[in-house]
Design a protein around this ligand. Structure first.
Ligand SMILES: CCCCCCCCCCCCCC(=O)SCCNC(=O)CCNC(=O)[C@H](O)C(C)(C)COP(=O)(O)OP(=O)(O)OC[C@H]1O[C@@H](n2cnc3c(N)ncnc32)[C@H](O)[C@@H]1OP(=O)(O)O
Length: 552
């Protein structure tokens, strides 16, 4: 999901790198929606400060400990999270504090706006909608065994009619094969999708990207759920799901991946999102799917893991100009540019046989991906068709060939490179990244931030004995992802983003990624499992190693 963290709340302001129903169970009429929804109209469309804010928040949090009128379990959850963050070397916990406070609604308590039991009584930390859903609730003990929360229902017990909408609105299924409908979705998301906390950047998925992300092999049209204004058919809300085979520890789940939840800015805070979520759940259930995976920058009940965004700055002058980053006080702009300069030519190109992935590599890449991903607690299983889709189909039209790394193709969404052993012709490694620009809001000089996001990669080196412990895997990944940075730089990306998942923690720091202030929470719907290692290590599983899924 998504920008905001998914920088989806897209977290887009990094710290500088050092130097260099159960639908309320109810099939009843939804008591959720605010029926005063208005007619939709066209949308109108730091570090000391941070430290101070953080210590103020921490102080305030600590002062809440032991207070009878504050739910202590919430205070504990937030403090635990903050303390766990502190254990991460170089981790910024300001983002965690802010997120936790804002999203668990404790901030209002801290600001005295919502004293518990007072006149402005607020449901501190309660979730009117999520409290009714088959998800682990806040404060529940970690499960001792994995399994569903609610059993799957037979078809005859499923609700057959869509959930009711306020009278001025109607449901629609978007057909993304249709250019007009695809454009409508692009318009909605471009103006209303995820922004960072300061409303400086907003995800701007391309139309090609949306099609690529929502039409994988076996996609289901009915899972592209839209809400239109009844009178003029204007598209005002959307949510999507795609089918996935999700491995969570020892279980393989036939599940859906939910993404692109969006409500037009003029219709916010009117409880439309819960109706969309219930409707997409119903559509999934009708196809026999009862589990889902989703991510969000916001904190909801209850993440199975939390990862952090990291940013490798490439185009320093632009990133400084648009305030994505700043020149630290102990550095000049010229020095910062020098430190972040990457070579002109991928190193593995001449040395090891790096080249763009081709159709003939699909079977080998599928096999390498499958073996590599087994090393993580949660990952997607891909068929050859899915590998073809994920790594080849989004690459656009245009010549490949030896120098293809120098130029992006028109409409290119994904870049995938393989390393082929020149003697055995075996594919020993691959890496991929995708393009997800953000609109730069209110900046006169630049209007788009060209961001690349690290996608999947794998290397045979991981299977060599001792490679994880003796640094060999780390070195190989630095070579591979180092070359990904070079390809991205040549393709004119301004920044290369990566999360603290998979094996990324091995190379993020040495490849000069800086910590972002965005977090991305991973959630499972109707499935219990113990927390998976993400931004922090858990039960001896190193940070990152729990999560092997990259969400778009
Ligand atoms: C088996 C199959 C199951 C399939 C379904 C699996 C679940 C999928 C779940 C969806 C995965 C999506 C993955 C992505 O796409 S994450 C990206 C989400 N999109 C954005 O951030 C875009 C910009 N924001 C918006 O468009 C709106 O603010 C949204 C639509 C997010 C909320 O609209 P609005 O601001 O007008 O609020 P409301 O009054 O209608 O509703 C308030 C309720 O909604 C809960 N809320 C707020 N944000 C999110 C969020 N990101 N995920 C889940 N729930 C969220 C909130 O806690 C509250 O519930 P509760 O706290 O009172 O209980």
């Amino acid at each position: 999901m998504a920008p905001s963290g998914k920088a989806k709340e897209k977290d887009v302001v990094p710290e500088e790198p050092e130097q260099v129903d159960h639908d309320s169970g109810s099939d009843e009429e939804d008591e959720e929606i605010d029926h005063t929804l208005p007619e939709a109209s066209t949308p109108s469309t730091s570090s000391n400060k941070k430290k101070k804010k953080r210590s103020k928040a921490l102080k305030a949090l600590n002062s809440l400990r032991g207070k009878d009128n504050i739910p202590q379990e919430l205070v504990k959850v937030v403090l635990d999270k903050v303390n766990a963050e502190k254990a991460v070397p170089g981790g910024t916990d300001e983002a965690t504090v802010r997120q936790a406070l804002e999203q668990m609604k404790l901030k209002d308590v801290l600001q005295g706006k919502a004293g518990v039991g007072g006149k402005n009584k607020k449901d501190v930390g309660t979730h009117k909608f999520w409290g009714t859903q088959p998800v682990p609730q806040i404060g529940e003990d970690a499960p001792t065994a994995d399994g569903y929360i609610e059993p799957s229902k037979p078809p005859e017990e499923l609700r057959q009619d869509p959930y009711p909408l306020p009278k001025d609105f109607e449901w629609a299924t978007l057909d993304l094969a249709d250019e007009v409908q695809l454009r409508e979705l692009w318009d909605l998301l471009s103006a209303n999708y995820v922004e960072d906390d300061d409303a400086s950047f907003r995800f701007q998925y391309s139309a090609e990207f949306l099609r690529w992300a929502m039409q994988p092999p076996g996609y289901i049209k009915e899972w592209h759920v839209a809400v239109r204004v009844a009178s003029n058919k204007k598209l005002v809300a959307f949510v999507s799901a795609v089918p996935i085979s999700l491995r969570v520890r020892e279980n393989l789940l036939r599940a859906s991946e939910v993404n692109f939840l969006c409500v037009h800015k003029k219709l916010r805070s009117k409880r439309l999102a819960p109706v969309l979520i219930k409707e997409v759940t119903r559509q999934c259930n009708l196809k026999g799917v009862f589990q889902a995976l989703y991510t969000a920058g916001v904190l909801l009940p209850t993440p199975v893991s939390t990862c952090r965004y990291n940013h490798r700055c490439l185009n320093i002058p632009k990133l400084v100009n648009v305030r994505f980053t700043h020149v630290p006080s102990n550095m000049t702009l010229a020095r910062m540019i020098r430190i972040h300069k990457v070579p002109d030519r991928p190193r593995l190109l001449d040395r090891d046989g790096l080249r763009e992935m081709e159709e003939k590599d699909v079977s080998q890449v599928t096999d390498l991906y499958a073996r590599y991903m087994k090393r993580f607690g949660m990952y997607l299983e891909f068929t050859e068709d899915e590998v073809r889709h994920q790594f080849l189909s989004g690459r656009g039209e245009g010549p490949g060939g030896k120098d293809s790394w120098k130029n992006a193709r028109p409409g290119q969404v994904v870049w995938t490179y393989v390393v082929e052993n020149p003697t055995t012709h075996k594919i020993t490694d691959f890496f991929s990244f995708y393009s997800l620009p953000s609109t730069i809001i209110g900046q006169p000089k630049h209007d788009v931030l060209n961001a690349a996001y690290l996608y999947y990669y794998a290397t045979e080196t991981a299977f060599e004995e001792g490679a994880e412990d003796n640094g060999k895997l780390k070195r190989r990944l630095e070579d591979l992802i180092g070359d990904a940075l070079i390809v991205a730089d040549q393709a004119k990306f301004d920044v290369f983003n990566g999360l603290s998942l998979m094996d990324n923690v091995h190379f993020l720091q040495d490849l000069k990624f800086g910590l972002g202030d965005g977090l991305l929470n991973f959630y499972l719907f109707n499935w219990r499992t113990a927390p998976l290692a993400g931004v922090q290590s858990l039960d001896g599983v190193p940070a990152g190693k729990g999560i092997g899924v990259v969400m778009l």
